[in-house]
Design a protein around this ligand. Sequence first.
Ligand SMILES: Nc1ncnc2c1ncn2[C@@H]1O[C@H](COP(=O)(O)OP(=O)(O)OP(=O)(O)O)[C@@H](O)[C@H]1O
Length: 274
Amino acid sequence: MKVEADQVFANKTAATASAGGGLVTKMKGDAVSVFYGAKQALFEVNLDIYERQVTALIGPSGCGKSTFLRCLNRMNDTIDICRVTGRISLDDEDIYDPSIDVVELRARVGMVFQKPNPFPKSIFENVAYGPRIHGLVKSKADLEEIVVTSLQKASIFEEVKDRLNEPGTGLSGGQQQRLCIARAIAVSPEVILMDEPCSALDPIATAKVEELIDELRENYTIAIVTHSMQQAARVSQRTAFFHLGQLVEQGETDQIFTNPSEKRTQDYITGRYG
Ligand SMILES: Nc1ncnc2c1ncn2[C@@H]1O[C@H](COP(=O)(O)OP(=O)(O)OP(=O)(O)O)[C@@H](O)[C@H]1O
């Protein structure tokens, strides 16, 4: 595993170089603990998500990666037994403060799920829905422009431009996932959370989505949960390794994969467990 990761780094472009210095914190977790009923799933996690960087959350199954990701736009609020303590901020504002409008928060911090989940509506409507309910458009022309630019940014416009009125569910899995990314982009989020966005995709569709993630980094802050260490190495500049509900280590992806500080990280990336 480590050898493959090294090869990936050897091929990496200047993109990685920009991961050094000058980083701005976009979201910050301070002593974040999460409980599902009596069971504690996360233990005092401190993690910074930097602006215009891709941060990969890695670790063995059940270590709490998705739980942490879901805290970042309060998706865990939808789980009755879930309780979150500590502080999570977006641009230094506490997102769990009672004054926060959760609908607005989720527009600023969008999410793409493991399984592509287009609405059972046309391709156009899938993307138009968010801007419309968030009141982001004044006219039909505005809406059309947002739909087209979102599909372009999600690198799917060329494939769907002649079938915008056909159902989104009729697209291939990889196209559906890029449609879901277009839908997330349409409400102009600042942060995009991705929970194993490629796990239901074949290698070609995965490569397209990974390429897209790299392009999106120019304008968005991204946090991605992935089981694939090669994927983490390919798409991220920062990596956070979780184990048994604890954040073991975080840092530049190159450093985490080639020279981790913690033995548990080393064991995981070399395939000793997980
Ligand atoms: N809705 C829930 N109700 C109760 N327990 C939950 C719930 N969601 C997650 N958990 C528990 O919290 C712990 C962390 O789960 P989580 O899904 O965050 O891990 P993960 O690292 O994302 O795992 P995976 O890689 O398998 O998706 C696990 O023990 C899991 O069983």
